[in-house]
Design a protein around this ligand. Structure first.
Ligand code: GUN
Ligand code: ZN
Length: 428
């Protein structure tokens, strides 16, 4: 099996720099990564790797910065075509733009077309793994997993379940069909190639208690699966949940009471949490997913990054509520939101959130998210001078953090010099 050696600058994290400090990051100006059979087999100094692997096919990325591929921990691929729709807040935005578009996924040909477009957009932005919601239609799950298989990508996805009359009649399942369809999709796809099924109740307002319970049962029957949903994104939404679930202590309790709170739970947004909710999420070891471009675009609020001291936190675009497919743009928004809360996230912390941190939120930290031997060879190579504005700022850099920060703040798909998926380059 051929070995590939890629050369460039490397930045490897042993763990979360927020917890471990900058000692968690190792930078090499002339480094390299060796890949074989889809995995990283070595990382080190360019010269030493060249000498140790004389038969490897070499690609020299020059000053390009080699990082793990970005991991987007929460997105809605069916909302690809309605990204950047103007002027609404969450509930109106769902009704005006999202639900009519999601209805189109009843057509498998449309689902396949958007799934392909979406994954190509991700790769062109350096994202190699995503956890995506689908629509209520089982064929929307088949579409994204088939498109991921074609590209060799590690993708997590699930059928979005909603059966309550708060959702339009043309976009509703039932408690029983949600259970049956999710179970069948899980059996068909979970663990096949690089794919994982995620049990996916959209959020409490669009499910009946019976549906939440049915999905809680399915999760109990498949505890190694992740479960993803939305939690406390907007204050209007929280008031709505209170009126729909008068017995519940708080929003989280609507999940907890139906078997949908657990260590493999992924709770998107989680902005307006009560102390009890934070305590319970921390107690069970759940993960939160921060979606900063969405939170500013839909006007939801400012996520508290201080929660990462108690909980695993992933980073995500939340397209199409989020306004970008790019995890660079998403890191920039995370920086800005933290600044509005009086916290300056270091470039190391931002890069970790978009790679190892998101991988941890998805319980994939032994497979992806780090430049480490044994990890899957999903990599991105960044051009740190991709535009005139970025180049002139990074030219003054005195260290790698100053060199990479202009790309984090101002970079887009032009900064993506190359992407490797399971060791294979996507650009010729
Ligand atoms: N809450 C329930 N569904 C959605 C969705 O599709 N996007 C966002 N941002 N929030 C949601
Ligand atoms: Zn979402």
């Amino acid at each position: 099996m051929t070995q590939r050696l890629i050369l460039g600058q490397t930045l490897a994290f042993d763990g979360d720099p927020a917890a471990l400090g900058l000692a968690a990051a190792r930078h090499m100006t002339q480094g390299g990564v060796v890949m074989q059979a889809g995995k990283i087999t070595a990382i080190g100094a360019a010269d030493a790797l060249r000498a140790a692997h004389p038969d490897a096919a070499i690609t020299d990325h020059g000053q390009g910065l080699i990082l793990p591929g970005f991991v987007d921990a929460h997105a809605h691929y069916p909302q690809t075509a309605i990204i950047a729709s103007w002027g609404k807040r969450l509930i109106d935005w769902l009704n005006s733009y999202t639900f009519p578009e999601e209805a189109r996924f009843a057509d498998p040909a449309y689902a396949a077309q958007i799934a392909a477009r979406y994954l190509d957009l991700l790769l062109s932005n350096g994202t190699t793994t995503v956890a995506s919601y689908c629509t209520i239609h089982p064929q929307s799950v088949d579409a994204i997993f088939s498109a991921a298989q074609t590209r060799g990508m590690r993708v997590l996805a699930g059928k979005t379940c909603m059966d309550r009359d708060t959702a339009p009649a043309f976009l509703r399942d039932t408690a029983q069909s949600a259970y049956d369809d999710s179970r069948a999709l899980l059996a068909r796809w979970h663990g096949v190639d690089r794919l994982s099924y995620i049990i996916t109740p959209r959020f409490s307002p669009t499910s009946t208690p019976a549906q939440l319970s049915a999905l809680g049962t399915l999760w109990a029957e498949n505890p190694d699966c992740l479960m993803q949903t939305h939690l406390s994104e907007q204050t209007d939404e929280i008031a709505w949940v209170r009126s729909l679930y008068p017995q519940a202590r708080d929003y989280l309790d609507t999940y907890e009471a139906h078997g949908l709170l657990g260590a493999n739970g992924l709770y998107g947004h989680a902005i307006h949490l009560a102390p009890r909710e934070i305590d319970r999420l921390a107690e069970v070891g759940a993960a939160l997913v921060h979606c900063p471009t969405s939170n500013s675009f839909i006007g939801s609020g400012l996520f508290d990054m201080g929660l990462r001291d108690r909980l695993r936190v992933g980073l995500a675009t939340d397209t199409g509520g989020g306004s970008s497919f790019s995890m660079l743009r998403t890191m920039a928004a995370a920086y800005e939101i933290a600044q509005l809360r009086g916290m300056a996230l270091h470039p190391a912390e931002l890069l970790w959130l978009a790679t190892g941190g998101s991988a941890k939120s998805l319980r994939l930290e032994t497979k992806i998210g780090r430049l480490a031997p044994g990890h899957e060879a999903d990599l991105v190579v960044l051009d740190l001078a991709s535009t005139q504005a970025i180049a002139q700022a990074s030219a003054r850099a005195e260290d790698i953090w100053q060199a990479v920060f202009p790309t984090i703040m101002m970079g887009d798909d032009r900064a993506i010099a190359q992407v490797y998926v399971a060791g294979k380059p996507i650009k010729a």
